[in-house]
Design a protein around this ligand. Structure first.
Ligand code: HEC
Ligand code: HEC
Length: 295
């Protein structure tokens, strides 16, 4: 009897400790999720944007349409209740979309800083990549978004489940807004050219670094755990690839060794890049320090 009572007391204590721990984790995660980011005052005008160039950036290089849809009406991106329920926002002027109320500055803040007009932090949206976008390219993207036909679609629901809370509390699911340098200045324009500098620019706004890592040596930097690690794309690994090998890999989703690329690698949208863009990107990839593949 006494033994049973003792066990029961231990069990109660364990349950109590577990509940307190869960409470602390939940509270910490909510603090991180709910924190508002105060930005320095931003002046930005989207006047003079070219919607056709914006469509190319959004549909190919920066892959906005991969998440927000070809029609930009958004939709479910993650539906895993334990983890999160997350929709890519409806960017059109239809009901449920942000198009009607977003100002030029609101777009700038969301795209280059990862922050909503109320200061809250956007999830998954790769502002870490778009922080490098030039003013002119951003204007073009905004012109394209504004010109898209209005579509009604409710995408506001965002729920973060228990696993999501634990990951956020542990810092394993960082928000782009917490990684972007909000005080950095942006280039006014980045003139297209077939050279290393423009290739580097493309690699930035195409989020190559977000997935392939800061030195492009590959690893598991983004996405769910069941997608393969991003490949090493330094000359240490793909140094023997010709320009045609590189182009063909991205255009067909199959590399020179016959490996079929997982669809998490956005090759279908990158495949729409122009020849000059492929050349510039290839020149840049050749120029980065080689990292040997891990044995
Ligand atoms: C990897 C997926 C992904 C890509 C690529 C992406 N977005 Fe998003 N975007 C999201 C998600 C998800 C949200 C909503 C985040 C949330 O609810 O926390 C969002 C939110 C936004 C918002 C804020 C709307 C609101 O609800 O207040 C804007 C504006 C936006 N995205 C524009 C763009 C543009 C323009 C591009 C390309 C330059 C782009 N996005 C690329 C996933 C993406
Ligand atoms: C959303 C994440 C993501 C982005 C953004 C991304 N990649 Fe990838 N990439 C991957 C993953 C994951 C793989 C590995 C796919 C596999 O093994 O099936 C990969 C594979 C590749 C490969 C094939 C390598 C090989 O040896 O077969 C190349 C080349 C490549 N990426 C280049 C790029 C370039 C260049 C960019 C930017 C323009 C880029 N990727 C952007 C995730 C990404």
């Amino acid at each position: 009897m006494r033994l049973l009572k003792g066990l029961f007391a231990i069990l109660l204590t364990l349950v109590f400790v577990a509940l307190v721990a869960a409470g602390v984790v939940w509270f910490r995660a909510e603090q991180i999720i709910g924190a508002r980011v105060q930005l320095p005052a931003i002046a930005f005008s989207a006047d003079g944007g070219d919607p056709a160039r914006g469509a190319h950036i959004a549909g190919s290089i920066s892959g906005c349409t991969n998440c927000h849809g070809q029609n930009l009406a958004g939709g479910p991106l993650i539906v895993a209740p334990a983890m999160a329920i997350l929709y890519a926002s409806n960017l059109t002027k239809g009901s449920g979309g942000v198009g009607e109320r977003y100002s030029d500055v609101d777009y700038e803040r969301a795209i280059r800083h990862g922050i909503r007009p109320d200061g809250s932090k956007l999830m998954i949206m790769p502002a870490t990549a778009y922080q490098f976008m030039s003013d002119q390219d951003l204007r073009d993207v905004i012109a394209f978004v504004r010109g898209s036909p209005p579509i009604a679609n409710a995408t506001e629901l965002r729920r973060i489940g228990p696993v999501g809370h634990v990951l956020i509390a542990l810092g394993a699911l960082p928000f782009a807004a917490d990684k972007v340098d909000h005080t950095a200045s942006h280039p006014a324009a980045q003139a297209p050219a077939v050279d290393v500098a423009y290739g580097r620019y493309l690699a930035h706004i195409a989020a190559c670094f977000d997935c392939h890592g800061p030195n492009l040596a590959g690893g598991h930097y983004a996405g769910p755990h069941d997608v393969p690690a991003a490949a090493n794309i330094t000359p240490g690994a793909i140094g023997s690839w010709t320009l045609d090998d590189f182009k063909l890999t991205i255009k067909t989703g199959r590399d020179p060794s016959g490996h079929v690329l997982d669809s998490f690698m956005p090759w279908r949208s990158l495949a729409l890049m122009s020849d000059d863009e492929f050349n510039a990107l290839y020149a840049f990839l050749r120029s980065v320090p080689p990292v040997s593949p891990q044995k």
